[in-house]
Ligand binder design. Structure first.
Ligand code: SF4
Ligand code: FES
Length: 343
């Protein structure tokens, strides 16, 4: 079947969605996706970020589709013509969806661990407005402890349901899901159960925002200060292929490897993710490639920079000493009104 997206034609197999066809073309034509996840069955159709305009339905029925369609759940037809980023209607719709997603999302980026690799942050950067029209109070939830490894910030959740699909498809014994409906809908565990399953950590990786974050990495570093390396180890529970996020010679975080669409290549187990933070646990393969649209792909590895060895604690202490000197202003001559001087 032939399908044309933003003037670029491609041959696809029957059953291919418009989003998948766009990804095969790559570049600007690829719609953003906040809920679709190629590795999770049944994902997509919830966030409406991936709307596109179908200007010709197919060769058999060339009528345009009257409304914009979600590209992640709409199949290609032979002869279909689609406008993605080339369409002003689509651009306007993406702006509206972004505004809608941000209605209840807190402006937590300065303190959120996901900042720098957050899909919503990247979406807002591309399609967001700098003002808000929302004058009502944002929806908030009581903090909830869902276990020793994962931090839930329900206020940040966009209800994409990817984490629920991870629980359904990767974990045996699912204990969490979407509770309630409408604007009361929230991710929660059944009867305050803790999420404790060998593959539950993958919920952190699939969460597009900072609603599920790694408790072992919380507030340790901004992600752009870390150097990500691909690494592997022999693991009897998962593929053992990960990305280790290093600060100096410390491993501060372990995640699954992600592709250019920020999607996990192979899911990993909690032992690799949470318990193996020693460099000796890993065979370090080399710097990882970056997914597109991310703050962290800005300054790494394009330059052949030498490896920097930093002892975190020493550097922090030294930094604090320097800060203290500056704050106490010992070098600044001070003449106060009593005639005393510290110079
Ligand atoms: S917690 Fe994250 S992955 Fe789960 S529904 Fe909310 S935004 Fe999606
Ligand atoms: S990615 Fe298509 S609706 Fe969310």
């Amino acid at each position: 079947m032939k399908v044309t997206i933003d003037g670029q034609e491609i041959d696809v197999e029957p059953g291919t969605t418009i989003l998948q066809a766009a990804r095969m073309i790559g570049g600007e034509v690829v719609p953003p996706a906040m809920c679709y996840y190629s590795k999770l069955k049944g994902s997509g159709g919830k966030c409406r970020c991936c709307l596109v305009e179908v200007s010709k339905g197919s060769d058999a029925d060339p009528r345009p589709m009257p409304k914009l369609v979600a590209s992640c759940v709409t199949g290609c037809m032979d002869g279909m013509e689609v406008n993605s980023s080339a369409s002003p209607r689509v651009e306007e719709a993406r702006k509206s969806v972004t505004e809608f997603l941000l209605i209840n999302h807190p402006l937590d980026c300065p303190v959120c661990d996901q900042a720098g690799e957050c899909d919503l942050q990247n979406l807002s950067f591309q399609h967001g407005k700098s003002q808000t029209r929302f004058i009502e109070e944002k929806r908030t939830f009581e903090p909830e402890d869902i276990g020793e490894h994962i931090q839930l910030h329900m206020n940040r959740c966009i209800l994409c349901q990817r984490c629920v699909q991870v629980a359904d498809q990767l974990c045996d014994g699912r204990v969490h899901g979407v509770m309630n409906r409408g604007d009361h809908a929230q991710i929660s565990t059944y009867i305050t159960n803790a999420i404790d399953n060998e593959f539950s950590g993958n919920m952190i990786d699939v969460c597009p925002v900072g609603a599920l974050t790694d408790k072992t990495f919380r507030f340790k570093s901004r992600v752009w200060f870390n150097k990500p390396y691909n690494a592997h180890r022999n693991c009897d529970k998962c593929c053992g292929k990960t990305t280790v996020w290093m600060f100096g010679d410390e491993i501060q975080r372990v995640t699954a490897r992600k592709d250019e669409y920020h999607e996990v290549e192979d899911f990993i187990c909690n032992t690799c993710r949470f318990d193996k933070k020693d460099v000796k646990d890993w065979v370090i393969e080399g710097p990882r490639k970056f997914e597109k649209f991310s703050v962290i792909n800005r300054n790494k590895y394009a330059l052949n920079a030498p490896k920097v060895e930093i002892k975190t604690e020493d550097q922090i202490l030294l930094g604090r000493k320097e800060d203290q000197k500056k704050i106490s202003m010992v070098k600044v001559p001070l003449n106060n009104t009593n005639g005393n001087s510290n110079s």
